[in-house]
Design a protein around this ligand. Structure first.
Ligand SMILES: *Cc1c(COP(=O)(O)O)cnc(C)c1O
Length: 435
């Protein structure tokens, strides 16, 4: 596979370059130059295959020039070593639980696959790399736990002190070994500014092979196709159509679903659900793409004012808004609506939605109201992006209790190892050089 930039379709880099660069120099995003269509017969046989086997069919079609079948199978089996169960919620609506990995969020699929792809290429080259990542909470946990003990890679994670949830902080700070956490006395934007400056600093680049692990890396998107395909396989014999509803912030998760669709996955429609940061829902209505500073919401992993992966989606529809609207819809919900949805589902089903997943639930209600004729034929799959325990603030107020997963109970026993720091770049740089 060769990859081009969404800003330059004539570019053609190999997978290794795209993975370690993360971003092309022209500030576009890398995309595969072809999304190969799978044979109908292969897809028809998926009901008899496991998540890992389906993942291999998809990934191998894309990466067969880059990684041997044997290596790719090993990478997938090691990276996707937890389940993505479909839980029936009501009638034809299912919750796709993507929070059974180590950091309890869907980003584990991307984090674990990216780390193993990087390690695969590093083994060949015998070099060491240093990953710098700024996080507002969920990305850092998936990267920390995804890269833990991966040979040849050291990870430094910066997070805003006091601004991530207690469980997110434990996931970032209790690892040790090749994972190092820095609590910055500032905001997420300050953390991101420090990381950006480091990437542009000649002295640091001289000393380290610096790489980023942010969510626009193409190797994080590829494994996110797997669970869309697996859900289809589990439901295809019972329903004529499938509609996926994806709670969205940077629009990477839904972009991966659309990639799978372009590779032949039969999907009726994709729906993005957002919080009050409704840039994409507005765009689909008005035809005017107007990014703006994000506002803080209960679904804070989706507080994004200029969704970076949206250009990938536009690219896959040839920048044609009408073609996009045929296949993709979008709905937005505010905090009050999110709280009401969480309470409603808890009272009726005793099921606890995280605030992000709650936007997906609300979208299903609206789609069904808008789409009378499909009611009886389609299954609605809501991607549940995180376990509720990562976003505890809202549940006390709503009087809702949930069971904490075993991984979390184990975290409380561990000791935090964290370096405190101000937001001065000189201090950060001196730390990296002298530690
Ligand atoms: C990252 C994240 C999202 C948003 O995913 P995108 O790929 O950025 O659209 C939604 N929910 C949770 C819990 C997340 O961590």
């Amino acid at each position: 596979m060769k990859l081009y930039s969404t800003n330059n379709h004539n570019l053609a880099v190999d997978l290794e370059t795209a993975v370690f660069n993360s971003l092309p120099a022209d500030k576009g995003l890398y995309m595969p130059n072809v999304l190969p269509k799978l044979d109908d017969a292969v897809i028809a046989g998926w009901d008899k295959k496991s998540l890992q086997e389906i993942a291999f069919d998809l990934a191998y079609a894309l990466l067969k020039d880059d990684i041997s079948a044997q290596d790719l199978r090993a990478i997938i089996n090691d990276a996707a070593n937890f389940d993505a169960p479909l839980v029936p919620l009501q009638d034809d609506t299912y919750i796709l639980e993507l929070f059974h990995g180590p950091s309890l969020a869907f980003k584990d699929f991307g984090g674990r696959f990216m780390s193993r792809i990087m390690a695969h290429f590093l083994k060949k080259e015998q070099k060491e790399i240093r990953i710098l990542v700024a996080t507002s909470g969920d990305t850092g946990g998936a990267v920390a736990l995804g890269f833990l003990d991966v040979p040849g890679i050291k990870v430094t994670i910066l997070y805003p002190k006091g601004k991530v949830s207690p469980i997110q902080e434990l996931q970032l700070t209790t690892n040790g070994n090749n994972i190092e956490a820095i609590a910055v006395d500032g905001t997420f934007d300050d953390c991101q500014a420090l990381v950006k400056k480091a990437f542009h600093d000649p002295e640091l680049n001289e000393k380290f092979n610096l790489t980023s692990a942010n969510s626009i890396n193409i190797s994080r998107l590829i494994p996110q196709m797997f669970y869309y395909a697996n859900s289809y396989a589990r439901l295809k014999n019972d329903y004529e159509d499938i509609i996926f509803v994806t709670p969205s912030g940077n629009f990477g998760n839904i972009a991966a679903g659309i990639m799978a669709y372009k590779m032949g996955l039969p999907v009726k429609r994709f729906i993005a659900a957002t919080n009050s940061n409704d840039i994409v829902p507005q765009y689909l209505t008005s035809g005017n793409y107007q990014p703006r500073p994000s506002v803080q919401t209960l679904a804070n992993a989706m507080d994004v004012g200029d969704p970076s992966n949206f250009v990938r989606i536009m690219d896959m529809f040839g920048k044609d808004l009408d073609a996009l609207k045929q296949m993709v819809g979008a709905y937005a919900y505010n905090d009050e609506q999110i709280k009401t949805a969480i309470s409603e589902v808890y009272n009726r089903k005793k099921y606890v939605l995280c605030p992000h997943t709650a936007t997906g639930y609300l979208a299903v209600k609206d789609i069904k109201a808008d789409d009378e004729q499909n009611k009886d034929k389609a299954a609605y799959v809501i991607l549940s992006t995180a376990h509720p325990c990562k976003f505890p603030d809202v549940f006390g107020e709503l009087g809702i209790n949930y069971e904490e997963p075993e991984q979390v109970k184990a975290l409380y026993q561990k000791e935090k190892q964290v370096k405190q720091m101000g937001k001065s770049f000189e201090e950060f740089k001196a730390f990296l050089i002298n530690e």
